[in-house]
Design a protein around this ligand. Sequence first.
Ligand code: M6R
Length: 364
Amino acid sequence: EKAGYEHFMMKEIHEQPRAVKDTLNSVLKDGKFDLTDIGLAEEDIRRTSQIYIVACGSAYHVGVVAQYVIEDLVKIPVRVELASEFRYRKPILDPNGLVIIISQSGETADSLAALRETKAQGIRTLGIVNVVGSSIAREADKVFYTLAGPEISVATTKAYSTQLMASYILAIEFAKVKNTITEEQYENYIAELQAIPEKIEKIIEDKERIQWFAAKQANAKDAFFVGRGIDYAICMEGSLKMKEISYVHSEAYAAGELKHGTISLIEDGTLVIGVLTQPELYEKTISNMVECKSRGAYLMGLTTYGNYSIEDTADFVVYIPKTDEHFEASLAVIPLQLMGYYVSVAKGLDVDKPRNLAKSVTVE
Ligand code: M6R
């Protein structure tokens, strides 16, 4: 059942190109998106003046990426919130708002409670859900099913990737209906999405290089992931992968926040992973990495091909292909999943079933 792989997590990492492609193709008709199966009519989209995204764990990290993408493309405010916070803060919601709940299992207690709280206020809800017929899928007004297939490993990989894809699709379709992008941009974005599965495949092909690096880092006590904008959102997911299956204390920091406290933790040999896929933020994050280096940090850089000047600063660099900058999280996350996986393997840990964790958190 592991199809020849040692762990479900590795099998699921390899399933990502297929899962992402299926999710995209499920709403593509004649080169355009058709969201009628989801039940999202143009009128629903036009009316939406604010989006709230509510989720837990990795699904929340997808929401953080989506917040940047939707605000930039659709030009409406997006607020992303942890379900466990949302449900108890008595949120004041815009009557023309749309609450998007993201959940692989569709059974996460806090996410389900947040959905019910929203519905009680009469606000429209949309679930991005993987498990067909799950509670969130049944109770949300509308459902966008991700087609990841069953995910066994506690650490999510392919569900995360398909949730990202679903978020991009919504962003692009909302932008088209609300006229915030041109027809040409619409077509270009779709073409970029269609190229993503193959690029993911290419990154996975290079996994031995990450394996080598991860084995060297297996004794790391701490890891700090730093980036800005969408790169910061990617850091959150990379950091979670590292801690949940490798038991390395890790933190994700908006690079600009380092100076406000965290940099005091950097000493000789501390592992710092800089994520730099966003062209406009590249130099800014580089300068934060230089600051870490001068305090003795050991630096890994994750950036797109072409940014070779990173080698002046980073000790080890992973290059990923370019895509439109809005979608770069889909590529940058792959080496970070592999890092978490290989550090866990190098430490001889139970990759698929990390201690103290359950696949789906059905109690608060
Ligand atoms: O089933 P859900 O997507 O609602 O689960 C949310 C989180 O529990 C989940 O993403 C968790 O953080 C993963 N184990 C991370 O790999």
